[in-house]
Design a protein around this ligand. Structure first.
Ligand code: ADA
Length: 567
């Protein structure tokens, strides 16, 4: 079963083969879809511009399929993610639109007499800042187009729907839980069932503005941790509808510069990972997601930073099951004053943050939430946007740690407001002194300089993680003089970084940049990106290990052994 699940709704997957038409020059404002002549087939999900026929093209892809709903019944179509932005039409009428590439959304369909319905999705992958604020063409990862993630159809029961259920651990020792439920305003009798057994009835519950909070206690459990990733399920039913979610019992907090999971300090050892593959773009097949996690486990990692957008729910589910700790963040890359001054940009950031929080609320693997990767956080103009996001995360997801990956290091203005300091730094790669032919000596002093600066600023009570650090290496490029871009240089680089991280008790973790090589921009921005790839992967884009693989593995695994494995 996939989670969440609505067991009283007739649900079917709309994944599969759809009709397709690509039109390069079509105006996105033109909603006249009746005359589209579909001349191709495409699979859903996929990134159309990662397929040979449409590789690298930018324009509009029209997707068409049909489905059936019982006559007179309301229905809902749930989209996992569509990039870069889209409009959705049912029987020729627009029922929704979305301008956030990695954010799930749903379209409600009013009941109709006819049962066979037509669904058309108009998907645009053209950069257009006026229309779409979240992805600009200088971002260091390719902006793909397509229906990237699953599409599901639900026939809705008549009566109040259970729209959302969120489970928080109040006490990981006793199993005390808080359950937040969203449904229709008014009074309802609810039945809550834990792990398919223990049932409790809550009569006459009042949903204030559609929201209700209840308390429950789980009796037989082991707290969720990387070593014991034990999961539980909760079903909330109200007679007409029922929603089942999966969760783990765990608490995370910080203490004296450490990240504490269920009372024990944990050091995060892992990678930043893009959902990316040359053949699939961001629409990875399950096999690929699993094999990435197998490699990360083989490398001795307990941590993944899902850079730089909301993650595929299948990936998060697997992390829950395998016991990975995750840093999940919203889509953004080096936002600037121009963006912060734009109310539509800020609104788009808040919109996707809210959606991310609700959709992965019950994944115990996520211990860190983030936003605005490498935003211009050293200028006052950024304050309003940063503070609005911080407020939103604090209100909606207070049981997780809050951070953002900053490249402004000690000049950053907002570090006081978050729980974990996360710096992206590349000493020894983007060298401070270009005259130095082998600037590996810069790495450790720079890390120490940052930590000293944090102490001087009174921030050393907050855990410090290195949220990015790394060096480019072109797969197969071996060089006896260990130059930049060689596998040897990356190997030495990561050896120094990993050794420092495991030896230094005051570093709470590292997310090495990055797990695999990824396709990035084309054109002029790519001059520092040989092959138009970001080559800092420890494995290449086809997951072939570079020399650094075994080096990282040796250091991480040795640390895990010394610690008696993870937790
Ligand atoms: C940044 C950014 C990454 C990547 C990296 C690099 O820190 O957050 O997305 O671009 O730099 O490779 O330089």
């Amino acid at each position: 079963m996939n989670f969440p699940a609505w067991t009283k709704r007739a649900t079917s997957s709309l994944n599969g083969v759809w009709q397709f038409k690509f039109i390069e020059s079509r105006d996105f404002d033109d909603d006249d879809i009746a005359g589209i002549e579909y001349d191709d087939l495409i699979s859903v999900p996929c990134a159309f511009d990662a397929t040979p026929a449409y590789n690298g093209k930018r324009g509009i892809g029209f997707y068409r399929t049909t489905f059936t709903v019982d006559s007179g019944k309301a229905a809902r179509v749930l989209f996992g993610a569509v990039g870069m932005y889209c409009k959705v039409f049912v029987d020729g009428a627009k029922v929704g639109e979305q301008y956030a590439a990695y954010t799930p959304f749903q379209c409600d369909l009013p009941p109709a007499v006819k049962s066979e319905r037509e669904l058309v999705v108009m998907v645009c992958n053209r950069f257009d800042y006026e229309r779409y604020k979240l992805h600009e063409n200088y971002f260091d990862f390719y902006a793909y187009g397509g229906i990237f993630r699953d599409v599901e159809l639900q026939q809705l029961p008549a009566g109040p729907l259970i729209e959302w259920v969120g489970v928080d651990t109040l006490d990981y020792k006793t199993g005390a839980l808080q359950v937040k439920i969203k449904s229709a305003p008014g009074r309802q009798t609810l039945e809550l069932t834990l792990d398919g057994g223990d049932r409790e009835v809550f009569p006459d519950c009042k949903f204030k503005d559609g929201w209700l909070t209840l308390e429950l206690r789980l009796r037989n459990f082991i707290p969720w941790s990387p070593k014991h990733p034990e999961l539980h399920i909760l079903t909330v039913a109200n007679g007409t509808d029922a929603m089942t979610v999966r969760f783990g019992v765990r608490q995370v907090w910080t203490e004296k510069g450490r990240i504490i999971l269920n009372g024990k300090a944990v050091k995060l050892l892992g990678y930043c990972r893009h959902e990316s593959h040359p053949q699939f773009g961001p629409a990875l097949p399950l096999t690929q997601i699993i094999s990435d996690l197998q490699m990360l486990r083989d490398l001795g990692c307990n941590f993944v930073r899902g850079s730089h957008y909301q993650q595929d729910p299948r990936f998060l589910s697997l992390c829950d099951e395998l016991g990975f700790l995750v840093f999940e963040e919203t889509l953004s890359w080096q936002a600037k004053v121009k963006n912060f001054a734009d109310p539509e940009f800020v609104a788009a950031q808040l919109y996707q943050a809210k959606a991310m929080i609700y959709s992965s609320y019950n994944n115990p693997c996520i211990i860190l939430r983030g936003f605005l990767n490498e935003g211009q956080s050293d200028v006052e103009e950024a304050r309003e946007c940063y503070m609005a996001l911080i407020k939103l995360f604090r209100e909606l997801d207070p049981h997780r740690l809050l951070t953002y990956a900053s490249c402004r290091e000690l000049k950053d203005l907002f570090l006081e407001h978050i729980d974990v300091i996360a710096f992206n730094s590349y000493p020894g790669w983007y060298p401070h002194n270009p005259d130095d032919e082998r600037p590996l000596g810069e790495i450790v002093p720079h890390i120490h300089y940052l930590m000293k600066g944090l102490k001087e600023r009174g921030l050393d009570d907050k855990p410090y993680i290195i949220s990015e650090i790394g060096a480019g290496a072109i797969y197969g490029w071996r060089d006896p003089v260990c130059s930049h871009w060689s596998e040897e240089y990356q190997q030495e680089y990561l050896r120094i970084v990993c050794q420092e991280v495991v030896d230094n008790d005051d570093i709470a973790g590292v997310a090495l940049w990055q797990f695999c090589d990824i396709r990035t921009y084309r054109g002029g921005y790519a001059l520092g990106r040989p092959r138009c790839f970001n080559d800092k992967g420890t494995v290449d884009e086809f997951r072939r290990p570079k020399l650094s693989y075994n080096t990282v593995k040796e250091i991480f695994r040795k640390y895990n052994q010394q610690q008696g494995s993870i937790l």
